[in-house]
Design a protein around this ligand. Structure first.
Ligand SMILES: [Zn+2]
Length: 247
């Protein structure tokens, strides 16, 4: 999946072969949407970097399902652009900084709750600005001053041909993935009424997810599922307290 360190630098994913992600500044209270859920973490204090990545060339705009924008609002994010990667055969989702989630045809075939978990996971990466966090960490780990650049790509490019840096930062990537998993599962519960047993767990069971990659950014699927089990009751309570969308 990941042939070089450079390939790690633009975005991230987990999923059958991984999900990936990006970043955005959240604006709670988007018109017609609820405010950030009380249980969702506050906006991080991480500095904001400027991101200039161009989304995939063959992607086209995808109309967001009402639940996707609802989950974004519950995560404190205003507008998210969804793109359809028509030419990609693999079942995966990933995101680009600052506000784009890309979905492939095969991932859209997932059932309602599994897809809600996958999209929720990506939205957490965006809401918590994990890409800004990566840019800052890579700068500091490389001995740079925290403010040496505000260009996200310049900071991320520190990874190029630098496996030592990738290995040093991989524990942080793993923490980000866990954060996206449990919070994404709770977004799916709050918005769609999906329990772990209906969404995240069957998704992970079916995923080939051997995790890893060059710098072990992604935990294997069974490890992710085991971690998520601690949140099964939380998801169940959110799912049954009165979710937003009709089944
Ligand atoms: Zn992820």
């Amino acid at each position: 999946m990941v042939g070089s360190i450079v390939a790690l630098s633009g975005f991230r994913r987990i999923g059958v072969l991984g999900f990936w992600l990006t970043v955005l500044v959240g604006h709670a209270g988007h018109a017609g949407q609820p405010a950030r859920a009380a249980w969702f973490p506050d906006q991080p204090a991480t500095p904001h970097y400027a991101w200039t990545y161009e989304p995939c060339e063959d992607c086209v705009r995808l109309s967001a399902q009402p639940g996707w924008q609802l989950m974004a609002a519950l995560a404190g994010v205003g507008e998210v652009r969804f793109l359809y990667a028509a030419g990609e055969a693999e079942a995966h989702a990933y995101s680009y900084a600052p506000d784009v989630v890309v979905l492939t045809p095969a991932i859209l075939q997932l059932d309602r709750c599994q897809l809600a978990f996958v999209v929720g996971h990506e939205l957490v990466h965006i809401a918590l600005r994990h890409f800004d966090e990566d840019a800052l960490l890579m700068s500091l780990m490389s001995g740079k001053a925290a403010d040496w650049t505000r260009k996200g790509k310049v900071a991320i490019d520190l990874l190029t041909d630098n496996i030592a840096l990738a290995l040093r930062i991989s524990p942080h990537w793993q923490l980000q993935e866990r954060e996206a998993d449990w919070l994404g599962a709770l977004l799916a519960a709050e918005a769609y009424g999906c329990t772990l047993e209906e969404g995240a767990l069957p998704y992970l069971a079916a995923a080939e997810g051997d995790g890893g990659g060059l710098a072990a950014a992604h935990e294997a699927s069974f490890g992710r599922a085991g971690f998520l089990m601690a949140f099964a009751e939380s998801a169940r309570r959110l799912a049954f307290k009165g979710y937003y969308l009709p089944r």
